[in-house]
Design a protein around this ligand. Structure first.
Ligand code: FES
Length: 164
């Protein structure tokens, strides 16, 4: 798991943005979006800060953060790999693909590699069942996969990540 170091300036900038959101109705969602964008995730300490600034119970904030997939509690990697575990993909062997990608990266589902390059996620149906089993790497969709094709797709992005 990558360690998160939140800088003073990030907190200051977030507080300024929250102050602006407070002037309008419904300040929670825009404040959370800004926190996610500025810090890359919304850990408990940031939730507490937002709770204090907006005078909203931290339990409510935590509920929102954990409900919406666009918010995360931990920092995510530069590349997000999603292996669909929806029914169509699952019956065509998606679990073996998820396990293989996990073992290649030495992480489990919902974890990020130590170098911060990859996060692995098991996703629900992404609406590409005709291509099952399916895996996404960032915006790219890989379909009709098997274990070895999924490793090829991963390696393509590993090379890209090394050349960055
Ligand atoms: S179940 Fe995987 S894309 Fe629909």
């Amino acid at each position: 798991m990558i360690k998160l170091a939140i800088r003073e300036e990030q907190i200051k900038e977030l507080k300024n943005k929250i102050k602006t959101h407070k002037e309008k109705p419904g300040p929670l969602m825009p404040s959370l979006h800004d926190a996610q964008k500025l810090i890359g995730c919304i850990p408990y300490e940031i939730q507490k800060m937002i709770s204090k600034e907006l005078n909203i119970p931290v339990a409510k904030i935590n509920g929102v953060v954990t409900f919406y997939a666009q918010f995360s509690l931990e920092p995510k990697g530069e590349n997000i790999i999603g292996v669909c575990l929806g029914t169509a993909c699952y019956v065509k062997g998606a679990q073996a693909i998820l396990d293989k990608i996990g073992s290649e990266l030495k992480i489990k589902s919902n974890e990020t590699t130590d170098d911060g390059k990859f996060t692995l996620e098991a996703t629900r149906c992404i609406g590409a069942c005709g291509l099952a089993p399916v895996m996404t790497v960032n915006e790219e969709v890989y379909g009709n996969l098997n274990v070895s094709k999924s490793v090829e797709a991963l390696n393509k992005h590993k090379e890209g990540a090394i050349n960055d």
